[in-house]
Structure formats: C-alpha cells, structure tokens
Design a protein around this ligand. Structure first.
Ligand code: MRU
Length: 362
C-alpha cells in the first residue's frame, strides 16, 4: 500500500505530519480552516497539490456542520475563507486555482434559483471531495505520459526500437506525500517501475528542508524501488558518472512561457543536466500552470526562516551571527526544460500557452 498523506471522510480530515517523518508517523486532525492554514504554513503538509487539497478539505470540514440562513451568507463565508487559505504559502499556484474554481461554482450556484442553500452546500462539499480522486487520476496519467516520453527519448538516442530500463534523478518530494496519491514526478518513476523499466532512481537530499532525504527516500524505501540518495552538491558528479537517462522534477507554478518555479536547487540541476545533455522534465498537473503570468519573473518566491538553514532539528550547524538567505523555490528558465508532462500529454515549454489554450477549448 502506498503512503497516505491525507485521510478524509465527510466531516473529518487528518494529515500525516510531514515534520515528524521519517522518524515518526503521526496523523494530525485538521478541524477547520484555521488548522488548515497552520498545517500548510508550518509545512506539516506540503507539496503543491497536497496544499490545495488539504486547504479545500479544511473548509469542507468547517462548513459541514454549519447551517446558513442564505446562499449569500454561505458564498461570503466561502470567499473569505478561500482567500485566507491562499495566503498560507505564496509560490504554489494550486491552492489559488482551486479557490478560483470553487468560488466560480459558488457564484453560479448563488445565481441558480433551482438550488437552495442546503443543496448549494452539498454541491460545494461534493466538488471539494472530488479533488482527491481527480488528483490521483491526473497523477496516473502524468506517470504514463512521462514514462513513455522518457523511454521514447532514450530509444531514439540509441537508435533502438525500444528502451531498456533507465536511471532517473528526481529532486524534492513529489510522491504520495505531496499529492492525494501516486505522485507527479514520482508518479513517472512509479510508472517506469510498473513497466519494468526502472533500473535506478536517484533522489537529492533537497536542503535545507530535506524533503528528498526525509520524504522521497522514505517513499522509495517503502516501495522497495532500487534507489540511492545523493546530496544536492553531488548532482554534476552523478550525471557525469552514472549514465542517468533523465531528470524529472515537480512544479509549484509554471508560467505561460514555461518558466517553472520548483523547490530551491531545481534550477541548478537543470543547468547541470543541460551541460551533460541529460533531458530535464517537469511533471505537473494543469492546476500548477498559471497562464495569467507571462514569465517566471512574476512568480513570488517564498522566503523561509533562517532556522531551516542554521539548524538540523534542534542542533545548530551554522556559525551563530551569520546572515542567511533562504528562498524556498527557484525558477528554472523554459530554455532548460525538455518537456512539461501533464495529465493531458507532454508539452514543449515554448508552445505551452498555445497548446493549453487549444486543449481547453476542445
Ligand atoms: O516547500 P514544498 O515542500 O511544499 O515544495 C514542494 C515542491 O517544490 C514540489 O516539487 C512541488 O510542490 C511539486 S509536489 C507534487
């Protein structure tokens, strides 16, 4: 069984506290929006899709027992609380996308005379709960498209009809813990394994929060995948020495031109991959793609407390008094990205906006 970061039944939500992993596996109750905001902000749940799902489900749990005297008051509560949830972390776009979609549903239902306030609440709960299933289905599709693209590239480069098992590198955590299940970039790895085409997966430590060492390594060991942990500073040496076929990472926000914000360190891996001629893929659902911003220059990069850099747990590792700069994400320019793997196919970064706009029209 794969790991489950989110446990939900109507009226009840629990998340696996990712701050305690891999040492302790403990679920935390999320009783409403205030708790939802806190667990996202403190990174007890993290990863762009999981942030959005937990945020929205925390609102579902909060309104479930409430009664509203009018559709207008329900709509007002939804709007205020969704906006609040969006403010918990600024870089990943998924929570904002989900909030916009749910608010547009609330607006439509408010105007619909055939829907009373009880039915409106019900429809809102249904829409929120549907996110869990959709995310897993999307991730499976991302996995299938991504594995196929990597295997095709490898086969083409070798002039062979079919690729043998491949070695891949991933960064940060994009697996079951970062999503409703299956994972995005880790979903591609999972799919390679299901096809019998995963020779080896390397995961980076992902300083300073160590999502790779703590969470991805935990998932890879749990799945019994052939896997090795490397430090972030080893990526160039790894690509030179280990015949890695592709890099595949997740995304927190992809701009219309394909520039991609993802966990700090992603950009330097892309530069190193380009130098070594290793294809570099971004795997993300369409809800991570923000066509409203023309380029990565418009993405707000979250800066996190110095303590994440100066300490490991309670143990100080940096000289007291030193200044720190701790951006949680960086932006990889589209020119370094081979393809953006989504649930609807693999897109060229340069044609991203055009392709998605056409796709959404059909
Ligand atoms: O700060 P985090 O741990 O929330 O950052 C997570 C990442 O950067 C992931 O790569 C991204 O959200 C995609 S998760 C499917």
């Amino acid at each position: 069984m794969s790991l489950q970061s989110i446990k939900y039944t109507r009226g009840s939500l629990e998340i696996l506290d990712q701050l305690l992993l891999p040492v302790q596996s403990k679920y935390l109750p999320v009783r409403g929006v205030e708790d939802g905001w806190k667990v996202i902000n403190k990174m007890q749940v993290r990863g762009a899709p999981a942030i959005a799902i937990v945020g929205c489900l925390s609102l579902a749990v909060e309104i479930h027992p409430e009664e509203f005297d009018s559709k207008k008051s329900l709509r007002q509560e939804l709007e205020g609380k969704l906006n609040y949830l969006v403010s918990a972390r600024p870089t990943a776009v998924n929570m904002k996308m989900a909030a916009d979609e749910l608010l547009s549903l609330a607006n439509d239902l408010t105007k619909d005379d055939n829907v009373d306030v009880a039915a409106m609440k019900q429809r809102f709960l249904n829409a929120t709960e549907a996110m869990l299933k959709k995310d897993i289905a999307d991730n499976r599709a991302i996995g299938a498209h991504g594995a196929k693209a990597i295997l095709q590239l490898v086969a083409a480069a070798a002039g062979a009809p079919m690729s043998g098992p491949v070695r891949v590198l991933t960064h940060c955590n994009t697996g079951s813990l970062a999503t409703a299940g299956y994972g995005t970039a880790l979903g591609v790895v999972r799919q390679l394994s299901e096809l019998g085409k995963l020779e080896h997966v390397y995961c980076t430590e992902t300083r300073p929060y160590n999502q790779g060492a703590r969470l991805t390594a935990y998932e890879l060991v749990h799945e019994k995948f052939p896997a090795t942990l490397v430090l972030d500073s080893m990526v160039a040496a790894l690509l030179r020495a280990k015949n890695v076929a592709a890099v595949v990472v997740g995304a927190d926000r992809v701009a219309a031109n394909g520039d991609t914000a993802n966990k700090i360190g992603t950009y330097q891996i892309a530069v190193v991959a380009k130098h070594h001629g290793v294809p570099f893929f971004v795997a993300a659902p369409l809800t991570s793609i923000d066509l409203h911003i023309p380029s990565g220059d418009h993405i707000i990069i979250e800066e996190r407390p110095d303590r994440e850099m100066t300490h490991v747990g309670e143990h100080r590792i940096a000289a007291p008094g030193i200044n720190c700069w701790n951006p949680a994400f960086d932006v990889t320019p589209a020119s370094l990205i081979t393809g953006i793997i989504t649930e609807r196919g693999v897109f060229q970064p340069a044609q991203l906006k055009e392709t998605i706009t056409k796709l959404l029209e059909t």
